[in-house]
Design a protein around this ligand. Structure first.
Ligand code: ZN
Ligand code: ZN
Length: 247
């Protein structure tokens, strides 16, 4: 076990992130394609926009100004922030450039076996990452597939930091968060009915105290909770029956 390079938890041997921080990355990559669709809607004139006056005078309303932050996020660009870190240049990195940049970095360190014309195997890094398509969903799928390897790289903390920052920016524009589904059993740590499973995440977490459980651990906890509740209900029923007999 080693220390997670993002939070105070411990990471499995050979990994730089703990399972929860790895789950953050997995969840963000699962969320990003839908968030991108929402951002694209900002650039599409709404069919439901107010029609205003009609009758030959042209447009009744000025078109809504396009949000430059959305244009930058969806546009082409480089995976590094532009400008000096100390100036006030917008440091937003376009989504596709960020994903492709990380995929390129991961691929460059990934040991690939290559055979020369004499049949001798050589191991050397891949030259570049190539997803099935070049859209954002394909880059997300590529990074998710290589995530187990990426977790062994010291740069994994940077991937966590940059993706987290990117999703934070996008959510502030789309006002959309992944949906959370409440679980039936209470939190084993704080007893509140605050456990949820969030879309794209593997772990179940408590929105009250932050406790997390794997789905297996939750299944066992929920089964034990149900058993206790049923036993208590059965005992209540017996007491009720006895009361009836006694009266
Ligand atoms: Zn962690
Ligand atoms: Zn709790």
């Amino acid at each position: 076990m080693t220390a997670c390079t993002v939070c105070p938890r411990t990471a499995p041997d050979g990994h730089h992130l703990c399972p929860l921080c790895a789950d953050d990355i997995r969840g963000w990559l699962a969320e990003l394609p839908h968030q991108t669709e929402l951002l694209q809607e900002f650039l599409t004139p709404s069919a439901a926009a107010p029609q205003g006056r009609t009758g030959g005078t042209g447009r009744a309303h000025a078109p809504l100004p396009v949000d430059l932050r959305v244009l930058v996020l969806l546009g082409p660009g480089h995976p590094g922030p532009v400008g000096d870190p100390d100036d006030d240049t917008d440091t937003t990195v376009p989504i596709r450039a960020l994903l492709a940049g990380w995929a390129g970095h991961i691929a460059y360190t990934y040991p690939a076996v290559h055979r020369d014309p004499h049949g001798t195997a050589h191991t050397r890094p891949c030259e570049h990452a190539q997803p099935a398509r070049a859209d954002i969903a394909a880059w997300c799928a590529w990074l998710t597939a290589y995530l187990p390897y990426a977790l062994t790289l010291p740069a994994a903390a940077g991937l966590h930091h940059q993706l987290g920052d990117l999703l934070h920016r996008i959510r502030s524009l789309t006002h959309t968060e992944p949906r959370s589904h409440p679980r039936a059993a209470p939190c084993p740590q704080c007893d509140e009915f605050a456990l949820v499973r969030t879309d794209g995440r593997w772990h179940i977490h408590c929105t009250d105290c932050g406790h997390t459980l794997t789905p297996d651990a939750y299944g066992q906890h929920a089964a034990a909770f149900l058993h206790t509740t049923q036993t208590a209900a059965a005992e209540d029923a017996c007491v009720f029956e006895l009361d009836k007999i006694a009266t």
